[in-house]
Design a protein around this ligand. Structure first.
Ligand SMILES: *Cc1c(COP(=O)(O)O)cnc(C)c1O
Length: 853
């Protein structure tokens, strides 16, 4: 309301001094993955804690003074609190994996940029899988002591909250976050003034302040445009996650990328390596280039090399439309002037964001920009890596898809965050407490064999009971809100059976994930669900993007099914899927269902969350499950087929799904011994835990990022930046030269034995003459690619053998020689190729230049 001045004030809970540690704990999200800390807050007031999204800060704010006075007198509570406080203290001081393994890299500073972070349901700045992965990345980075900070936006409204109307149609609401009840601390300068940075938007500057959330050892910085310095409309730029139009999106990405770097700089935390989690963050690279140019008086090409060497990129989206792209005029409107000052004209700018720079129809892609700016790029599962190489191969037109330099690091989950507390205790007892610190150690998880079947089963059943209780309570609340008659509300107490085989399906409702696939064979499903002695039941949850009609229709179909009399008690849709609902689901289901159209699920992580809790996966061989499934630790629907006839695919796969349920899953689950235990089922639970938990966790994942991306990038960046960026200047000059003159490189001749028959174990010599043009022998790598020929006469899985220059130069070129080993029998082929080589490049393929013989 204009003219009215609202004075703000904050009432802090008046915590008695003796209870101060509660406040310290509440402001470090370490508490959320430590069961003893969660139990401590629950103990303050269980109902309130439940009602307030498990937010310790809101809990402390809403607790009566009299309750605090009681707690001060409660020796049991005080001892519990002191124990938890000491555990946090110990955690923060203990030596870490990074210190022990990478002591030489102590100066490295990594910044991890992501549009969303899912750390806990009480901090609603995430929408789904990407954010939860980013949150789990931070937690593991903290566990491992990686010198990393997170950067994102502080959304005033976050992602939408879902509820359904009477027709089962998704409705969205955007409640405002109350910043004072979030674990946020405003970053201030030495004089106590809020740190403020700004970014240029068309015709104005946008001012941003910076919030800080502490996640164990790791800091997460969040940028916020909602401050009085900005025009009213601009204050909403950071209001909603994935809300608004394309303009909002590009503005948010400028805030994240450009603003994020400026914020880190203002805080004195300029990174040496930036990790862009998805293309949203790709503008970070441009701002780092600009700063380097300004500080060192460099040209764009030189600064580009130095920044690229210190940049890592992870792509997440095998669906082309899921990759952010902006029309070129919009890019010019927002970035034309900014880039112009760096000497980058329209054509050069377009070339950074297009696969085919001259194609005026092609929008400016953020994934393309990120691929250009990064020196390591990866997908999030092996299959997704290979899909990504094919998807982006036009950026490296000379290379075979298999050698496009996009690798893969398979996603994981932060094991401790997703385990039911009683399961964690069981592991403490039978595995020893080291599983927390070394979740990647197979030997530790092998001890699961020693857990008595009965104990594991009863522990798992408690998770199922909690899930059923939660589902009933939520269903009741949903019905009440919709104004259903009391009889119907009361009937919610009767839905689901805490002893029945329980299947969970929760994920974003997008058409390719086929949330309604199981309902395709109505009669068969009715007989499974309606079985008197061996019933199966389903719990669904998930949001559709507000603009995704198809996704909303899917939800509606599932909800309509759940209301049919045949399914009413056995199929439930829980509204407003979030990390709390996810935790209940993954801790309580027996089977986790995943039936996307392969290969559109890049990785998927929810299926990993159930493993430690004793659930079993039933999934299409897509994403991580291609790597996880070993024939005995869950079920695969199909054998990894891909179809062009989608209706036919749905028919085949829905049938295969019901076959598995009918013929294997239900009989195994209900086959009980005299003591009532499903021994074979429990055996599979143990197989699943032992084979999957040590692999599909974020500690393994973050270690791989550290060793394959962060550390090598830090070293390359340091090499290029040292001595006033001599290395970067040299590399930029080399790249210019190679791009201009590479066409002069020719394979003149190849000499190999003419006999077509070779003996296994032998070898044959090969001699190649290469016309190098202006290049020296050590500036190229001459390779032999050889291997078994497939039916098409192509090399199926080529091996490469570098040939060496033997000093001889013939009239038509420099001589390179080598010995080709014949290690196996079969029909082999080979070819020769030449690639440019430079010691400061991450790999031979990055420049995308190759000459074939
Ligand atoms: C884990 C999780 C996801 C991601 O699961 P997918 O298997 O990738 O679909 C999404 N939303 C929430 C709330 C989660 O906890």
């Amino acid at each position: 309301m204009p003219g009215r001045s609202i004075r703000q004030f904050t009432v802090l809970p008046c915590l008695p001094d003796r209870l101060r540690p509660l406040q310290t704990l509440a402001y470090n999200l370490w508490w959320c993955w430590n069961a003893d800390a969660v139990a401590l807050f629950r103990r303050v007031n269980p109902d309130l804690f439940e009602a307030l999204d498990h937010s310790p800060i809101r809990l402390l704010g809403a607790t009566d003074q009299s309750r605090f006075e009681q707690l001060v007198e409660d020796d049991g509570f005080l001892a519990h609190m002191d124990r938890v406080a000491a555990a946090l203290d110990h955690y923060l001081k203990a030596p870490t994996w990074f210190q022990e393994t990478h002591a030489a890299e102590a100066d490295t500073r990594i910044a991890y940029f992501s549009a969303e972070f899912g750390i806990h349901e009480s901090v609603p700045v995430y929408s789904g899988g990407l954010g939860v992965l980013a949150g789990d990345h931070l937690k593991s980075a903290s566990d491992l002591g990686i010198p990393l900070v997170g950067v994102s936006l502080m959304y005033r409204e976050g992602y939408f909250r879902q509820y359904l109307n009477v027709d089962g149609w998704q409705q969205e609401r955007y409640p405002e976050n109350d910043f004072f009840t979030l674990p946020l601390v405003l970053e201030r300068d030495a004089a106590g003034k809020p740190v403020t940075v700004s970014v240029q938007l068309p015709g104005r500057e946008l001012a941003l302040r910076v919030w800080h959330i502490q996640v164990g050892r790791v800091a997460l910085y969040l940028l916020d445009a909602n401050i009085p310095e900005n025009a009213v409309a601009d204050r909403s730029i950071t209001a909603q996650l994935y809300g608004g139009d394309l303009h909002t999106r590009i503005q948010q990405e400028i805030v994240l990328g450009v603003g994020g770097i400026r914020a880190l700089r203002a805080l004195g935390k300029m990174p040496t390596v930036c990790h862009m989690n998805e293309g949203h963050a790709a503008f970070t690279g441009l701002e780092r280039i600009r700063l380097l140019m300004e500080e060192h008086g460099l040209d764009f090409a030189t600064a580009f090399e130095a920044v690229k060497a210190g940049t890592c990129f992870t792509t997440h989206t095998p669906v082309p439309a899921g990759n952010d792209a902006f029309p070129m005029p919009m890019i010019e409107q927002y970035l034309g002037e900014y880039m112009g000052k760096m000497g980058v004209d329209r054509a050069a700018l377009a070339a950074l964001g297009r696969q085919h720079p001259g194609n005026e129809q092609e929008p400016f892609g953020m994934t393309v920009l990120a691929l250009h700016l990064a020196n390591t790029s990866n997908g999030v599962s092996k299959l997704h890596g290979s899909v990504s190489r094919r998807m982006w191969k036009d950026l490296w037109p000379e290379l075979p898809a298999a050698e496009v330099p996009i690798t893969s690091i398979t996603n994981g989950v932060h094991t401790q965050s997703w385990l039911a507390p009683e399961v964690a205790q069981l592991y403490d007892r039978y595995l020893g407490i080291q599983w927390e610190e070394r979740p990647t150690d197979f030997a530790i998880w092998k001890r699961v064999e020693h857990i008595p079947d009965g104990e594991l089963w009863r522990t798992h059943e408690r998770g199922r009971e909690r899930l059923v209780a939660m589902a009933r309570a939520r269903l009741k609340a949903q019905l009440k809100r919709r104004g259903s008659p009391p009889s119907e509300v009361d009937a919610a107490d009767e839905v689901l059976d805490p002893d029945a085989l329980t299947v969970g399906f929760a994920r974003r409702f997008a058409t390719y994930k086929r949330g309604d696939l199981v309902f395709r064979n109505f009669e068969r499903l009715v007989s499974l669900v309606g079985s008197k002695d061996r019933p199966i039941q389903f719990i669904f949850a998930g949001k559709a993007h507000p603009q995704d009609r198809g996704g909303k229709e899917l939800i509606q179909r599932v909800v309509q099914q759940s209301r049919k009399p045949e399914f009413r008690k056995r199929v439930v849709f829980i509204e407003d899927y979030d990390m709390n609902v996810a935790r209940h689901l993954v801790q309580g289901v027996d089977v986790w269902l995943n039936n996307p159209r392969r290969p559109l699920e890049a990785s998927g992580t929810s299926g990993m969350k159930i493993c430690g809790n004793g659930g079993l996966n039933l999934s299409i061989l897509d994403g991580w499950w291609v790597e996880g499934y070993d024939g005995d630790n869950g079920w695969a629907i199909g054998a990894g087929e891909e179809y062009t006839d989608l209706a036919y695919q749905d028919e085949v796969e829905s049938r295969a799904l019901l076959d598995l349920i009918e013929q294997d899953i239900v009989p195994t689950f209900y086959k009980r011994d005299a003591g009532g235990l499903p021994r074979e089922w429990i055996r599979r639970m143990k197989r699943s835990i032992m084979s999957l938990v040590p692999v599909f966790n974020t500690n393994r994942m973050v270690e791989q990022y550290t060793e394959r991306c962060y550390v090598p990038s830090a070293r390359r960046a340091a090499k290029l930046s040292g001595d006033h960026l001599t290395g970067a200047k040299e590399l930029a000059g080399w790249r210019r030269r190679v791009q201009a003159d590479w066409h002069q490189v020719q394979v003149a001749s190849v000499d190999a034995p003419t006999s077509e028959l070779m003996k296994v174990g032998g070898s044959f010599p090969i001699k190649v003459r290469v016309g190098l043009g202006p290049f020296k022998p050590d500036e190229v790598e001459v390779q032999l690619c050889y291997g078994v020929l497939d039916a098409m006469g192509e090399l199926a899985e080529p091996k490469t053998l570098p040939l060496s220059a033997n000093g001889a130069v013939a009239s038509d070129g420099t001589v390179f020689t080598g010995e080709v080993p014949c290690r196996a029998s079969g029909h082999f082929g080979f070819s020769v190729r030449v690639l440019p080589r430079h010691t400061n490049l991450p790999n031979l393929f990055e420049p995308g230049l190759v000459t074939w013989g």
